[in-house]
Design a protein around this ligand. Sequence first.
Ligand SMILES: Nc1ncnc2c1ncn2[C@@H]1O[C@H](COP(=O)(O)OP(=O)(O)OP(=O)(O)O)[C@@H](O)[C@H]1O
Ligand SMILES: O=C(O)c1ccc[n+]([C@@H]2O[C@H](COP(=O)([O-])O)[C@@H](O)[C@H]2O)c1
Length: 204
Amino acid sequence: MKKIGLFGGTFNPPHLGHLLFAQEVLVAYELDEIWFIPVNVPPHKESDDLASNQDRVDMLIGATDENERFHVNTIELEREGPSYTIDTMKQLIQLYPKDQFFFLIGGDMIEYLPKWERIDELIKLVTFIGVKRPGSSVGTTVYASKVRLLEMPQVELSSTTIRQRVQEGKPITYMVPKVVETLVKERALYEPRTSIGNSKTKPY
Ligand SMILES: Nc1ncnc2c1ncn2[C@@H]1O[C@H](COP(=O)(O)OP(=O)(O)OP(=O)(O)O)[C@@H](O)[C@H]1O
Ligand SMILES: O=C(O)c1ccc[n+]([C@@H]2O[C@H](COP(=O)([O-])O)[C@@H](O)[C@H]2O)c1
């Protein structure tokens, strides 16, 4: 039996906040592996400058390559429609019945857990491990109390910040792994267009 941390996200692009969170969880919970799972269609997020699936996968593979316990799993990219976590969990449990799964979640998402698809079923299938994010509250819902909160240095970085900096011509050095910085540059990702692309969690 392996203990596996699932880290779902848009990763548009992956940044050092993601990697540090994953590494801290790996060590604190003595996990064997972390699987980074890029979403196909973010269920509750609108993004007007979402890089292609291929670009996001390439950046994620590059970002995680140096860590032998980090892996990229593209299970959600093979599914049509919103990438609901409950569907992913059911697939993974069927594929790997002996393994134990944890799901990593940033603090900003925790207060929205009640709105997740079939959350009561999901919370029985997987243990959520969360971390606070600067400027966001984890809320007081019954689901928040079930998330295991990890104490670790908070990283005030988001993919939105990275995209905005690229649009403004500012450097992103040391905010993303070198390989991500290079891919963003080579493929001209997030370059200025008419509007600045923010990802926003949709109002419920
Ligand atoms: N700096 C960070 N520290 C801890 N968790 C984070 C951090 N950035 C993102 N996360 C968490 O990682 C998961 C995937 O995040 P996602 O790919 O949407 O990145 P993001 O930076 O929140 O993106 P965006 O700014 O585009 O909304 C989410 O659970 C999110 O809360
Ligand atoms: O299943 C849901 O209803 C659901 C709602 C919101 C977010 N999620 C998952 O949470 C992860 C982080 O989402 P995001 O939008 O911050 O990239 C990603 O794996 C999403 O599929 C899942």
